[in-house]
Design a protein around this ligand. Sequence first.
Ligand code: PHE
Length: 451
Amino acid sequence: MDKNSIHGMWSSRLAFILAASGSAVGLGNIWRFPYLASDNGGGAFVLIYLACIVLVGLPIMAAEILMGRQGRMSPVNTLRKLTREGGHSGGWTVIGWIGMVAAVLILSFYSVVGGWTMHYTWLYIAQIFGGPPISDPVATFTNLLASPGTLIFWHTAFMAVTVAVVAMGVEKGLERAVKFLMPLLFLILLGLLGYGISTGNVGQAAEFLFTPDFSEVTGDTLLAALGQAFFSLSLGMCGIMTYGAYLPRDISIPRVAVAVSATDTAVALLAGLAIFPVLFTFGIAPAGGGPGLIFTSLPLAFSDMAFGIPYAVAFFGLLFVAAWTSSISLLEPPSAFLVEMGNLSRRTSAIIAAVFIWAIGLVTALGFNVWQNVRVFGRDLQGAIEFVASDLMLPIGGLLIAIFAGYVLNREVARSQLSHLSKAGFAIWRFLICIVAPVLVLVVLGFKLFG
Ligand code: PHE
């Protein structure tokens, strides 16, 4: 007999697909993917990235969803339940803990960067009403980073809109928000794409993104592609597992996993096709740049092009919405965990989790100015947190999830959760999750740590 989750349930397949796509589609697609692609040989990187999505991303996503749906709790308690039911070592609960700590760390800096998108949206809205233009984008960005007050103000605002949604619960908060925000996001993206096409340089952008140049492929390209697949699909931190816990039993897991992965990939490619034509038209080199790339180079184009200001509002608004729906999925696991501890309401739980993460976020915000000379692992504070959470904890979490789902979890449990797969389909999933995914992740992790 299948129970519902105590936290609530998605009302339909579409609701889950929108929520999980909302988690997946984020700064990773719109800022990070185009930039990685341009640095790693364009089309060759894109091809390798697609292979990583299919061979590693899809099977692990299916594993997260099926574990979540079997456990119906926040990651830590889902793992507790699965290990208890199956008579496995309780040590596997560490998967849930890694996931939750990763979610907390990622959200702490994601919220600061999400604050940047709000700040820039605001700067451009103000221009419509006669505010000062951004004439020197590098100075504008540098000033933002140098100002703890401004950074913390927007970090607080971003965390506030995130907690507002999570506090309202699965149906009234998460589902209602994504049903409104995701169509809005697609609409803005299509508008920007239309503009890119009408400026005429979309051909150059497509050639750049889709013509494989394998001479530029190195070991680093493989690492970048696999790492991006994890980050972009929100895998390894049990966020998708948490969303899976709210998925009704009759819905096909393979089908939703394919839909979410395809949506995430499509948005990344479309974002590339929307951004590069503009950069090419204004002769801005896309390669290089770091986290500031979009904030320092695109405003150059915005100030020169027709309808540049409304375009900028749409663009940074798009980034904000994408970041918002991702941050909701980062706050949900720790909030659900606090609810399960016993005495707290969802509202109180979400607020406690948010305040705690907000406080950790101050480290990122102050790391750009007051503590700008502090180095951890040879990186600035934001870089160090991002490295530990995204580059180490996500792949380690993903590896453990693959091993647990492939080797520890009772095969009948997986089979019944994946009952929509044919016999051959299930055998392929087993092969990918038992062998292909763990081996590839191990190779990447090995390179990262020792290469
Ligand atoms: N997938 C999100 C993006 O592409 C980032 C993210 C990672 C969100 C992990 C949640 C969990 O921006």
